[in-house]
Design a protein around this ligand. Structure first.
Ligand code: ZN
Length: 91
């Protein structure tokens, strides 16, 4: 099969490297130590990328921050903290 290739994956059960087959968007391996199949979606491999660069994450974060700042109590706390910081840096 042209879509098939072999890679080494870390078995979540025992932490050892096992041989796995990549087919389409799935990684399938078998660990002889744990005697269980090691299945991954290829997507899980992409978690390594910096999530802060993820536009979806950034949108969510921005929305969450906006929501927080809509809370007057939070706003006052942040302002007070900034003031304190500003005073400290003057010395
Ligand atoms: Zn294992």
């Amino acid at each position: 099969m042209e879509n098939t290739k072999f890679i080494k994956v870390v078995c979540p059960a025992c932490g050892q490297q096992v041989e796995a087959v990549v087919r389409d968007d799935r990684i399938k391996g078998y660990c002889t130590t744990a005697r269980q199949y090691v299945n991954y979606l290829v997507e899980t491999k992409m978690e390594k990328k910096d999530y802060r660069q993820d536009p979806e994450y950034r949108t969510k974060l921005r929305a969450a921050t906006k929501k927080m700042w809509q809370d007057p109590e939070y706003r006052d706390k942040q302002r007070a903290a900034l003031k304190k910081k500003g005073m400290k840096t003057k010395f």
